[in-house]
Design a protein around this ligand. Structure first.
Ligand code: ADP
Ligand code: ZN
Length: 607
């Protein structure tokens, strides 16, 4: 079968997302590749489809048992032979899996790195391996936040199995990690695929100036406004998770706690109850996350400021993996900044961690589109606003700042991009500091052109320019400022840009953020009227209940049966025949046969 047919018949989707098809074809040509895609971007299909299309068994290396379990269940429910080998298996289950590996009936084998190393001489040698996929490949890098020493031994893959292609996948984008993955896995002339890191379905909001009590009440009202939607509250300390969970439980919200101080058993139970929708909310430290594939997390709240944008992005990324709208809220307070700065200073990598915190603060303090800041941080230059963050919705006052930006960029240019922000401000303000005099910057044409503005204004405008991606700071070259390509567009007058006025008054809205219209494409199904784009809310609830029943029967989490997005489509389109049911995106042949009649019978009551 060709990739497109597999996509439709096994996974129920009509079209590939960006890069997926190219990646799949590269793997099919047995070429190594490195795939960088945000959480929820659709990495799994990039190796699952080649695994189905190729002869033999694909070996997927995954760091956590819970991740493997989720993946295996999702594959099997789509009619694909998959299994996992890990320390969680009992002996007889292991034997069955091994037999299937040897006789080639298994299409995908998930395995932990420890187990892989142990098996490499025996089981793996006797199998017909189609490809290796390294999931969460950033775990190989010591620079990342999830370093796992076992991953560093994966260099044996190419040494022992030189003819088998490797596809490494991660949602961590930075260059150091990327190069680490390539060198350590010894990837051969790999094709590198970098997808946009944008997650347009996530709304972004920052709340400032909340006292603890107000914060708790805000959260309570927020959850009450979404009675059926699961979410995660991330806290800095274990104590806070317990405090907030107690508060919410007393108000009748079903919630669990998750942190590294609990026993493994208690953590597993908490995670399972959340995945199965037995509890609505999980109050967690950052210990909670990597093992979570739950696709219907509808919101993530940060009770405290995260320590870096990488962590923040990964944590909010756990919302809306199914592509339906999801909300994220970050509470920002001075107390957090003080505490986190202290942590950073006491850490082994003081400079790096302080800088990461600084970037995080910039996001929280920003008065330009927050998504632009995030994307710029990941190296994606974006020249339009997102319309789905609090700044875009409540815009601060802006003016055409092209001339100011040109003044600043020209100061950078005339000093050969060799100075830091403080010196730029001195030049603009016409301050003859020792550095300025020593270097003769007081002779520049730009010297003093920005006298009329205050130092604070200039600092803030430089911050905004950094946020908008017109300049970059070379942290490896004593923080000197460099002009980006989009900066040159402004400097040479090819584009104009706005700046925000400095405004220190805090504007806040207490009401929950407006929901984006559900992004379900209008589809015309033969024999059904065209969809109106409006879903039947009662039907949606009934579908949720049925999904829950089906999931319980087989001991699956509900989202494995159908994603929220599929339920929304069903509640909108209301198909009443098996054929039309199968047109819904995300319903493949196997699920259609397995669940079609039960769901159709329910839908019929609503038409
Ligand atoms: P990642 O591993 O990158 O976090 P997943 O592979 O779990 O993301 O995919 C996220 C969601 O997107 C899943 O619900 C998946 O079924 C869906 N998805 C993946 N590819 C497509 C596609 N081509 N069309 C529609 N949905 C897709
Ligand atoms: Zn925005």
């Amino acid at each position: 079968m060709d990739p497109k047919t597999i996509l439709k018949s096994y996974f129920g989707y009509d079209s590939f997302r960006s890069n997926q098809e190219e990646i799949i074809n590269t793997v099919l040509q047995k070429r190594d590749c490195l795939v960088l895609m945000p959480t929820g971007g659709g990495k799994s299909l990039c190796y699952q489809i080649p695994a189905i299309a190729m002869q033999g068994t694909a070996v997927i290396i995954s760091p956590l048992i819970s991740l493997m379990k989720d993946q295996v269940e999702s594959l099997r429910i789509n009619g694909i032979e998959a299994a996992a080998l890990n320390s969680g298996n009992d002996f007889s289950a292991d034997t069955v899996v091994r037999r299937k590996c040897l006789d080639g009936t298994l299409k995908l084998l998930y395995i932990s790195p420890e187990k892989l190393l142990a098996e490499s001489m025996f089981l793996l040698r006797n199998m017909n391996i189609s490809l290796f996929a390294i999931d969460e490949a950033h775990c190989i890098s010591q620079w990342g936040h999830d370093f796992r020493p076992e991953y560093t031994q994966l260099n044996i893959l190419h040494q022992e199995f030189p003819q088998v292609p490797i596809v490494a996948l991660t949602a961590t984008a930075d260059k150091i990690t990327r190069n680490d993955i390539i060198t350590q896995l010894q990837l051969q002339d790999p094709q590198i695929f970098i997808s946009s890191f944008d997650r347009p379905n996530l709304s972004l909001t920052v709340k400032r100036g909340y006292a603890t009590k107000e914060k708790d009440n805000y959260i309570l009202n927020f959850i009450k406004a979404r009675p059926l939607e699961s979410g995660i509250i991330y806290c800095l300390s274990r104590k806070t998770t317990e405090k907030i969970a107690k508060f919410l439980s007393e108000k009748g919200i079903r919630c669990s706690i998750y942190h590294a101080g609990l026993t493994q058993h208690d953590r597993d139970v908490a995670q399972l109850r959340f995945q199965r929708d037995d509890v609505q909310v999980i109050c967690a430290t950052i210990a909670f996350g990597m093992g979570i594939d739950k696709s219907n997390v509808r919101w993530v709240i940060h009770y405290n400021l995260p320590k870096s944008i990488e962590s923040f992005y990964q944590e909010i990324g756990r919302a809306g993996r199914d592509g339906a709208p999801a909300d994220t809220i970050l509470f920002y307070s001075l107390a957090d900044v003080v505490q986190l700065s202290q942590f950073a200073k006491d850490s082994g990598q003081k400079e790096i961690n302080l800088d990461k915190l600084h970037q995080m603060r910039k996001y929280a303090e920003s008065n330009v589109c927050r998504r632009r800041i995030l994307l710029n941080y990941f190296g994606e230059q974006r020249d339009y606003d997102c319309d789905n963050c609090d700044v875009c919705e409540n815009p601060p006052h802006r003016f055409d700042g092209t001339e100011y930006i040109q003044m600043a960029l020209s100061a950078v240019k005339r000093t050969d991009e060799s100075i830091r922000t403080a010196t730029i401000v001195e030049i603009l303000k016409g301050i003859a500091s020792p550095t300025v005099r020593r270097k003769g910057y007081n002779q520049l044409k730009t010297f003093g052109v920005g006298k009329a503005l205050s130092t604070n204004d200039w600092q803030d405008y430089l911050l905004q320019m950094l946020q908008m991606g017109f300049i970059e700071i070379a942290y490896d070259q004593s923080n000197i400022v460099k002009i980006t390509d989009s900066g040159y567009d402004i400097l040479y007058g090819r584009k104009r840009a706005e700046l925000c006025e400095l405004d220190h008054t805090v504007k806040e809205t207490l009401k929950p953020k407006r929901r984006l219209h559900l992004q379900i494409p209008t589809i015309t199904i033969p024999g059904l009227p065209e969809t109106t784009g409006v879903e039947d809310k009662q039907l949606f609830e009934a579908l949720r209940t049925l999904r829950r029943q089906c999931a319980d029967e087989e001991n699956f989490p509900p989202y494995i049966v159908f994603s929220d997005k599929v339920l929304h489509s069903l509640a909108m389109i209301k198909p009443t025949t098996l054929e039309t049911f199968g047109y819904i995106q995300g319903i493949g042949e196997f699920k259609k046969q397995k669940y079609g009649l039960r769901f159709i019978a329910l839908i019929q009551k609503f038409v």
